[in-house]
Design a binder for this molecule. Sequence first.
Ligand code: UT7
Length: 329
Amino acid sequence: MSKIFAAITGVGGYVPDDILSNADLEKMVDTTDEWITTRTGIKERRILKTPNKATSDMGLEVAKQLLQKTNTSPDEIELLICATVTPDMSFPDTANTILDKMGAKNAFGYDINAACSGFLYALTTGAKFIESGMYKKVIVIGADMMSSIVDYTDRTTCIIFGDGAGGVMLEPTMDGTGVIDSVLRSDGSGREFLHMKAGGSLKPATMDTVLKKEHFVYQDGKPVFKAAVNGMVTTVRQVLERNQLEMSDIDWLVPHQANMRIINSVGEMLDFPKEKVMINIYKYGNTTAGTLPLCLWEYEPKLKRGDKLMFTAFGGGFTWGSTYLVWHY
Ligand code: UT7
């Protein structure tokens, strides 16, 4: 009997309407369009400004697109996994809030906190529920409202991040398309370089933590940059080797959108043509768990059945990994 794989049968994406441009940031912090563009490749990002809207609302827009595109009713959904570091609340999880808002009554859901690698962790996990034969309709969403945890007086972080969400529907196939293999890794010692200091059990919120701005993203960029390039290239090579593939067999590289220089370094080290690398960092910045599915959403019209995709990501934790997938439609 042929093996069951989890195929992506639909892609959804959502970015808020409000644009935060480099020109806007020049008025907020001591920076320039030239610095941001040459150091990161980012020109603008989207910011969710609608009152009382949050990560789940972006996820809901994605889920609605997925239902519509795959002709699925909410009650057919069995599982929804949401990768995010900006949940609506510390608990309950955002996945269940999305399920509630979309009216899915026969499902369960949970969040995965793996920062910028969250979508790959969630995609791999969701795929296993399909491969095991347990479920037939699984939604995987990567969604982050980074503006809720970014200090807009800190020029080292506020220029990087944006808000957005993307996601995929996973369904079983036996035709060799779908999620084929992943190498996922983590190294908790990397938390030193990328974290939020307060708001967890180690340092609960107090007036002092708020005054010290400890509820915002802290990043020491240089060590993260170096580890990101190494981690992404190493796991891509491991996935290639495990599947007897060369980079020349791959049709699309789908890298996490953290910094254009990281994307270029990874592409160059893998000797991969630039025109086959999915890129949208210039207009959305780093949307954390949202970057990979937002790339798919954008490039979906260019994809064709049988295309070989290599995803790769690196993020806070540290977390990183790569996933090999054959496109279904
Ligand atoms: O997605 C999760 C994983 N995260 C990443 O992968 C991010 C990895 N890191 C990076 O992308 C880069 O390290 C950054 C974009 C965050 C920073 O770029 P960099 O080339 O590593 O700059 P730097 O931190 O070494 O700073 C160079 C200089 C410093 O000034 P001095 O000390 O040389 O005088 C900074 O203070 O640039 C200064 N600087 C800025 N100048 C203008 C830092 N931020 C800015 C800014 N505008 N926004």
